[in-house]
Design a protein around this ligand. Structure first.
Ligand code: SF4
Ligand code: SF4
Length: 107
């Protein structure tokens, strides 16, 4: 078991700045979805983490807390996640990475 980043849609969708997607050192790990916020009634979408690619460095937490001032990301033990996104397909050049929501999470 290990720590991964978990983004609160409820908190992120209020700001949706996408800063964390630019600062995560792992490619295609923090992704962005319009639907994730809008299908919950928010004006904006939300960032989310493909947990199978997250290395647990917590850099995104620092960015969200200190640059975005939104405190939407927490580090959480992977087996404590009620739902998680796993990488579905990766095409680096076309930026078409998608992830599938799965539950329960296998750590
Ligand atoms: S930095 Fe925070 S508020 Fe901005 S997109 Fe990432 S999780 Fe959302
Ligand atoms: S903990 Fe590190 S690797 Fe994981 S999503 Fe945040 S910045 Fe990326």
């Amino acid at each position: 078991m290990y720590l991964v980043a978990d983004i609160s849609v409820e908190i992120c969708a209020a700001k949706s700045c996408k800063l964390c997607t630019q600062y995560c050192p792992e490619a295609n790990t923090i992704l962005y979805s319009d639907e994730m916020g809008k299908d919950k009634g928010f004006k904006y979408g939300s960032a989310y983490v493909a947990v199978d690619r997250c290395k647990g460095c917590a850099q995104c937490v620092w960015v969200c807390d200190n640059m975005a001032k939104n405190n939407a990301i927490k580090m959480i033990m992977i087996d404590q996640l009620p739902m998680a996104a796993l990488t579905d397909n990766i095409t680096y050049g076309e930026k078409s990475t998608t992830a599938t929501l799965v539950s329960p999470v296998v750590g």
